[in-house]
Design a protein around this ligand. Structure first.
Ligand code: RTP
Ligand code: MG
Length: 140
């Protein structure tokens, strides 16, 4: 399998509860390498643009307000099959449906406040990495 890069966000519910280190350890234990990382506080406009694909969904307004409510940690993770591997380590969107040992099973509060985001395809990974990072900030 090819070496890929994917965009990860440690969401407000997790940064607020001081879980950043525990979540990063899960990625590293799974063989993913952090090649870029920064803590930022998104504006509602930035959060809305990032999640534009969900504009028509009923939860969009709530999602945007939540993502702008507290700081987040945005990271680029690198490794073999990193896009799928990250999604596997994250677990299902709804923690009630997430497998044992996954980040969302262990830490998520609800389907909305679910601790992490991960790109879902090579195209979204490319868009999402470029949304937050310049090439100079990616240090493999
Ligand atoms: P993400 O994009 O954040 O990695 O999560 P995902 O692929 O597992 O889920 P997606 O369907 O893309 O939804 C994006 C985020 O919107 C919030 N959500 N809330 N209240 C709800 O029914 C609901 N559904 C989705 C979650 O924060 C979800 O991760
Ligand atoms: Mg998604």
């Amino acid at each position: 399998m090819a070496i890929e890069r994917t965009l990860s966000i440690i969401k407000p519910d997790a940064t607020k509860r001081n879980l950043t280190g525990k979540i990063v350890a899960k990625f590293e234990d799974a063989g993913l390498r952090v090649v870029a990382s920064k803590r930022i506080h998104l504006t509602p406009a930035q959060a809305g643009e990032f999640y534009a694909e969900h504009k028509e969904r009923g939860f969009y307004g709530e999602l945007v307000a939540y993502m702008a409510s507290e700081p987040v940690v945005v990271q680029v993770l690198e490794g073999e099959g990193a896009i799928a591997k990250n999604r596997e380590v994250m677990g299902a969107t709804d923690p009630a449906a997430a497998a044992e040992g996954t980040i969302r099973k262990e830490f998520a509060l609800s389907k909305g406040e679910n601790s992490v985001h991960g790109s879902d395809s090579p195209a979204s990974a490319a868009r999402e990495i470029a949304f937050f990072f310049s090439g100079l900030e990616l240090v493999g």
